[in-house]
Design a binder for this molecule. Structure first.
Ligand code: NAP
Length: 256
């Protein structure tokens, strides 16, 4: 049952909320009292999560959208604001990870990663920033938050993850540039960089790639999606004068 009130009156939008880190983050933000817009392509999953949040006493709005479509990204922000009146927190989490050597990669896998991990994140950020600036001026917290979910892969490039590395490094560069632009107006831009988390993310890879991923992490006790959600809640519940710019979270047993 939702009882806490740290984000009561706040409005959050979480992309990629139909599974994994996004779903856990939406639950956690709702448990802190935020109204949460849930965005992804699988509407049935979003509706299920919205019911679960509603039954716990929270508020959630499922919105089916492909964030790689600029008009769709703009429209999810508009729908959130028209339903809940404002937008205080954007968690830019939707992503795909399609690994394997660069030499034999299907180019459409690269296109999907650039479209979702990079362009989708940029489109949602662009659409949300005017609302976040307004919220930072008017909400009781005196601040608004844009959390971009990158990866350890946004810090360290590895053989076999070239284009995924490229998209996540780009997210890091964009986040830091945007942070400098809006932080003086109390919109806090944060970067979260998880290591291996137990989610559906790797399941979309070609079978031979999946085997390599499984072998690499066979002996590592993975993080849970709730571990990352807790970090995001920590970021967005800091007092106005504290901005958590970046958090790198690996499973204890993950060396690289
Ligand atoms: N799991 C890890 O080990 C790990 C590590 C580091 C970073 N990350 C990052 O964490 C983020 C979340 O991943 P996850 O691990 O939670 O994986 P996940 O369970 O596969 O979640 C990915 C989410 O992104 C959504 N999505 C994908 N394409 C989309 C699109 N075009 N438009 C809207 N939503 C889209 C998916 O929903 P639909 O399919 O319903 O659209 C899903 O909700 C990603 O950015 C990933 O790169 C994960």
């Amino acid at each position: 049952m939702i009882t806490s009130s740290g984000l009561t009156g706040s409005v959050a939008l979480v992309t990629g909320a139909s599974s994994g880190i996004g779903a856990a983050t939406a639950r956690a933000l709702a448990a802190e009292g935020a109204s949460v817009a849930l965005v992804a392509r699988r509407l049935d999953r979003l509706e299920e999560l919205a019911s679960e949040i509603g039954e716990s006493g929270g508020r959630a709005l499922p919105i089916e959208a492909d964030v790689a479509d600029l008009a769709a990204a703009e429209s999810v922000v508009e729908r959130t604001v028209s339903e809940y009146g404002s937008l205080d927190i954007l968690v830019n989490n939707a992503g795909v990870m399609l690994l394997g050597p660069i030499l034999d990669a299907p180019v459409e896998e690269w296109q999907r990663m650039v479209d979702v991990n990079l362009l989708g994140l940029l489109y949602c950020a662009k659409a949300a920033i005017p609302q976040l600036l307004e919220a930072a001026e008017n909400n009781p917290r005196g601040a608004a938050d844009l959390v971009n979910v990158s990866s350890v892969a946004g810090r360290v490039a590895r053989r076999g993850s070239g284009v995924y590395n490229a998209t996540k490094h780009a997210v890091g560069a964009f986040s830091e540039s945007l942070r400098q632009e809006v932080t003086g107006r109390h919109v806090r831009v944060s970067l979260v960089e998880p290591g291996a988390v137990d989610t559906e993310l790797s399941s979309h890879n070609r079978p031979e790639v999946l085997e390599t991923i499984k072998a690499r992490f066979a002996d590592v006790e993975h993080l849970q999606d709730s571990d990352i959600a807790e970090a995001i809640v920590y970021i967005v519940t800091r007092p106005r004068h504290v901005a958590i710019n970046e958090i790198l979270i690996r499973p204890t047993e993950q060396e690289q």
